[in-house]
Design a protein around this ligand. Sequence first.
Ligand code: NAP
Length: 257
Amino acid sequence: MALYGLIGFPLSHSLSYRINNAILNRFGDHYVAFETPPEDLFAVLSSLKTLSKGFNVTIPYKKSVILYLDHTSDEVRKIGAVNTVKVEEKRAYGYNTDYLAIMNLASGKKISTAMILGAGGGARAVAFALFNLGCSKFFIYNRTKEKALSLKSKIESWGARAEVIEEPKNADVFVNATPMGMYFNDDTLLDFYTKGNYKTVIDLAYDINGTPLSRFAKDYVSGIDILIEQAALSIEIWKGIKVDRKDMRSALYGNKG
Ligand code: NAP
């Protein structure tokens, strides 16, 4: 029996718990969601480094947790965000399976230009994956402009071109890296999306019943696909086994998947 966990704040909307716990239970392991207010972060991380074999990290700690790790993968250092930590002999190793998931799900698509909505950790992970898949020009729009400027600098540090824009630009891919379409239907998202032309959509927002973007896009990588892929990759990192994605999907949807 091993303990795995999830830390974030708040955690009420997370579907990660459902799929990870269902799969890990089959091995006799447990996956526990630790809703962690900022004042408890250090104590919870110290406990997980002692008691668990690994944990996922979600909003708002994907950047700050890096400081507490003993080792980080190349992608974590390049992106500046971690979502999966493996613990071995009380040492913590950080990975970014959001990035690895997009590498797997978008490989084979011809993407040279990207229009990214959002500028947080998820946007960075998707941008770095697209960059590694050959994307060389990024347009960024974010509600808070200074964060868009920070993502632009990050992308330029990899050697690609980036522009912060006020109006949507046509591109090969449209990336929604905000919660819009997830807990709430916000017309801003569809207004923005329908003003441009895109061959494909990568939507980080997820909803078991489909997000607004899923009804418009012709070629679509859904937030559910990304959720399943990044969770499967996390379990593969922790346990060194191959995880069946269909099993993960069934764990999420019951027998409707
Ligand atoms: P984050 O670092 O907290 O960034 C959130 C981003 O969304 C920021 O750009 C923020 O803009 C923007 N945003 C938040 N609320 C908004 C609103 N009401 N209207 C417009 N923009 C808003 O979070 P993240 O890790 O990048 O995650 C972004 C979204 O992707 C979350 O919903 C997360 O659950 C989802 N996600 C899904 C997966 C998956 O497996 N499907 C993986 C990673 C992330 P400001 O800078 O202006 O605050």
